[in-house]
Design a protein around this ligand. Sequence first.
Ligand code: 15L
Length: 283
Amino acid sequence: TAPRTVLLTGAAGGLGTLMRELLPPYGYRLRLFDQRPVETIENAGNAGNAGNAAGEAEVITAELADREALGEAVRGVDAIVHFAGISLEAPFEKILRANIEGTYHLYEAAREAGVRRIVFASSNHAVGFTPRPADGSGAIGVDTPRRPDTYYGLSKGFGEDLASLYWDLHGIETVSVRIGSCCPEPTTVRMLSTWLSPADAARLLHAALTAPDVGHTVVYGSSANTRLWWDLSSARALGYEPRDDAEPYAAALLAAQGELDDDNPEHAHLGGSFCTDPPQWPH
Ligand code: 15L
């Protein structure tokens, strides 16, 4: 049966803000966790429920390092969607605390509370230095060697390995989703290959939360992009059926920005401009 109560960490962040609107229609009751206050979504029609973004959702404002608060947050949930952490490159000490130690705290709290399923927001930047394949080839599998492009990407590889350990040692299942670029619309030529529409992200999370016997499964998180670089078969095996494709945005983006150019270090690898020193934004 589908899990009902789901803890969403990083609920105030970019992905969390999108997903706390899109997951409840699948039947989830969300518990929202973030170190920043979760702001009410405008026009959510729940004016009588100030500070409470998703109708019935509970909100917990605390850091992952606050093990007491985290213990309360995980108590009684059926599953966890772990988005909390720094989502771009940052000094190592900050990545260490937020992403590496933070994910460790999350898994320990899950183990103590007996939570059986976690969906971990990994990232394409765990393999970001992999050379960019031909557009649409889907050539990059989940077994491609790790090639992090940043401390950030390194922390995502750590999270995947932590998930693997907690499955083998403690029987906690995880789907690690190497998310491409999840935003309302693709805004760069690179995103014609990497885009994950918010609606497809919700479809993928629902599949990851409900598929049986996932053990530790690594998947890529993208829409069914015409120019896709990586292989979605392990995601599809969970029941994910993407419906969106970035291609309708191609003509305008290519006219404005031109084709990707392998001689440009910002274009030569999966991770795009994360692969330059220092990383460039936007990418
Ligand atoms: C990521 O991992 C970042 O969190 C996100 O902001 C995007 O930059 C995305 O990767 C991407 O590769 O486009």
